[in-house]
Each structure stands twice: as C-alpha cells, then as structure tokens.
Design a binder for this molecule. Structure first.
Ligand SMILES: Cc1cc2nc3c(=O)[nH]c(=O)nc-3n(C[C@H](O)[C@H](O)[C@H](O)COP(=O)(O)OP(=O)(O)OC[C@H]3O[C@@H](n4cnc5c(N)ncnc54)[C@H](O)[C@@H]3O)c2cc1C
Ligand code: FES
Length: 328
C-alpha cells in the first residue's frame, strides 16, 4: 500500500532521469518514512513546487540572506581530470557566503533533471563566485558541458559554517578529492586572520590533484598524498595527518576536513586519538536543501545510547567530527 502510494507520487512527479534516483532514495529512506507517508507525500509535492522556483515566500520567512538567482555561466573550464571550475555572477550570494556554505544549483530547466545539485562555494571575488566540481553522474556531466552564457539557477548561500573563533594553532585542512573545494573559503578566512595553516591534499593520482597552487598562493603549506604515489606521499592523506600531529607539540591544532565518507571517518578516528578538535563538512546526497525532505540526514550521537538523524542541509553541512555516529 505504502509502496503503491510512493509509485503514484513518482508518476505524478513524472521526470525522466531523476525518477530512478528519487525511487532509489525513497526505498532507502523507508525507515524514516514509515507510517508517515502522507506527510512525506506532502513533502514531495512541496519539493516539486520548490524545484520549480516557487520558493520566494518561504525564502523570505526562513532563509534570510539566501537568494534564488538566475544567472549565466561566465566560464566553465577543466582544471584536472574530470574536474571543472565554473564561474558565475551572483552578487548577493558572493556578499553573504561564509566558509563551508553551499549553493543548490538547478543545472538547466530543459535537461529533465528535477533535483538541484549542491556544491560548495569555492571562491568569492567581488560579485562573482566559483564552484569546483567533479563529474560524478548525469547532473555534473551536463554541468561540465555548459558553455559560456548558458543559464543557471542558483539558490544560496545555504547551511552552517566552519568555526574558528577559538584560534587554531595551527589550522590543518584535510581535503580528499573534490572535498578540498569545501575548504577553500575557510583557507582564505584563516589566512586573513593570520592563522598558520596546513593544507593536506589527497587525490587518486597526479592528474586529479586539485587546488594546490590556489592554496600555496595564499600562504598555505601544502602536503600532497596520492593513492598511486605519482606525486607527494604514496598513500592516504590521513597518513600525513598522523605524521603532522605526531611530529610537533602544537599549541591548539584544529582540523577541518572534507572528502569521501571513509576518509572523514578515518580523520575522526585519528583526531579523537590525538584529542584534536575537528570539524568536518558532510556531502550527503540532497533533495530540497531546505530541511524539508529528510533526504540528506546523517546519524548524530546525542549520548552513548541515543542516535538522532540530523539534516546535513540545515544542521550542517559542518559537524563536529565527534558528534557523527560513524559506526551507524
Ligand atoms: C553540501 C554539499 C557540498 C558539495 N560540494 C561539492 C563540491 O564543491 N564539488 C563537488 O564536486 N561535489 C560537491 N558535492 C557533491 C555533489 O553535490 C555531487 O557530486 C553531485 O550532486 C552529483 O550529481 P550528479 O547528477 O552528477 O550525480 P548523480 O547522477 O546524482 O549520482 C551519480 C552517482 O553518484 C552517487 N552520488 C551522487 N552524489 C553523491 C554524494 N554527495 N555522495 C556520495 N555519492 C553520491 C549516486 O549515488 C550515484 O551512484 C557536494 C555535496 C553536498 C551535499
Ligand atoms: S536535502 Fe531535504 S532535508 Fe536536507
């Protein structure tokens, strides 16, 4: 009965490419949906209107300093194997973006992609923002094919931010693959505040290495690790983290990390052992990015016996690494 109703909703939402994704997502989320299907169906209908741009009233009430902007691609260039840097003009987002925050991008109205895709704001320069992204599936592939002047529909900035109010000495940024993109605005903010910062950058191989020159240009000491040893340390970026924490008695080291789930869980394990405060940016798949659909939840440990699911789009994307229930 429940599944039948889900199927009807999917038919109503009749999309091409995203139907498979939504269906997979719904099947996985059944433990959350449970007997609350009517509420969930209402959420889906709400999402449908959100994705089609009817968000203005909600935006004004719930998301102050968040803007839904129609813009165009200024440039969209390959910067590494399967990785692109896209630049566009979004003055309001540029003005309000904070380290760790993200944008939700409608790739194009005519691609048949219902869901927007989330990307971190990589850099801000005057009225312009950039996003650094990896080609993963249909959405990012279509994005990489967008020429100059192609229309884009961008909602943002969204989510919480990295915190460095307790001065890190030093700050250690750990980025795996495209995860380094989530740490760039933070890197700039840390250096502006005169904070000694290390950038540990991991990649599969040399051709996929990202952001090294951007980080070095703002005075960050960069250490590289590649899975195949084609450049830098032969192994995981977490090996360098362990060496760095073992090597020196730092004053108040603080780790900021983003990357694949396995890397984040390894970082959390290491920094718990060293008792180093650690903030991580989670990159769960998203639906609405506005706290409605529960598509992005991750398990957070409230106490020894209690795990609560929190929304990466609204309670996150930045979490204290010790709060995440990595074993769930
Ligand atoms: C807050 C946030 C910030 C992000 N910032 C960036 C960024 O700056 N740069 C960047 O390259 N990517 C970033 N991502 C990830 C990015 O959103 C996904 O790679 C993108 O949505 C994939 O879309 P797609 O249509 O190409 O892939 P899809 O066709 O949607 O998916 C293709 C395959 O990849 C898997 N997949 C898709 N998204 C994810 C994910 N988030 N985690 C694990 N598996 C996934 C799917 O299960 C599927 O198997 C961010 C994600 C979040 C939540
Ligand atoms: S993506 Fe919908 S609640 Fe987070």
């Amino acid at each position: 009965m429940e599944l039948q109703a889900l199927k009807i909703t999917l038919t109503l939402l009749d999309t091409s490419i995203d139907k498979k994704i939504v269906k997979r997502f719904l099947t996985r989320q059944r433990f959350i949906i449970g007997r609350h299907y009517p509420v969930f169906a209402f959420g889906l209908v709400l999402l449908y209107s959100i994705f089609h741009g009817n968000i203005y009233a909600m935006r004004n009430n719930r998301l102050s300093n968040t803007y839904d902007i129609h813009t165009t691609v200024l440039s969209n260039e390959a910067v590494a194997e399967a990785h692109y840097l896209l630049r566009c003009e979004c003055p309001e987002i540029a003005q309000h973006a904070r380290p760790g925050q993200f944008i939700h991008v409608m790739i194009s109205q005519d691609t048949g992609l219902l869901l927007r895709r989330p990307f971190t704001i990589y850099t801000v320069e005057g009225r312009e923002i950039t996003m650094l992204y990896q080609i993963i599936g249909e959405g990012t592939k279509r994005l990489s094919e967008m020429p100059k002047d192609a229309p884009l529909h961008i909602l943002g900035p969204l989510g919480n931010t990295f915190d460095f109010t307790v001065k890190p000495e030093p700050a250690i940024l750990v980025g795996g693959g495209a995860g380094i993109a989530s740490l760039m605005l933070l890197a700039v903010a840390l250096r502006r505040n005169g904070i000694h910062t290390f950038g540990l950058v991991g990649a599969q191989h040399r051709a996929r290495l990202l952001s090294v020159t951007d980080l070095e240009a703002i005075g960050i000491t960069v250490h590289i690790a590649t899975d195949d040893g084609s450049v830098g340390h032969h192994g995981y970026v977490t090996d360098i983290l362990t060496d760095l924490l073992e090597g020196t008695a730092w004053q108040h080291p603080t780790v900021y990390a983003c990357g694949p789930h396995g890397m984040l869980s390894a970082v959390a394990k290491i920094t718990v052992d060293f008792e180093v405060p650690t903030q991580i940016a989670m990159e769960n798949r998203m639906g609405c990015a506005m706290g409605v659909c529960l598509g992005c939840v991750c398990p957070v440990r409230i106490d020894t016996n209690t795990v609560e699911y929190q929304r990466v789009c609204t309670e996150g994307p930045v979490f204290d690494a010790t709060d995440i229930a990595w074993d769930v």
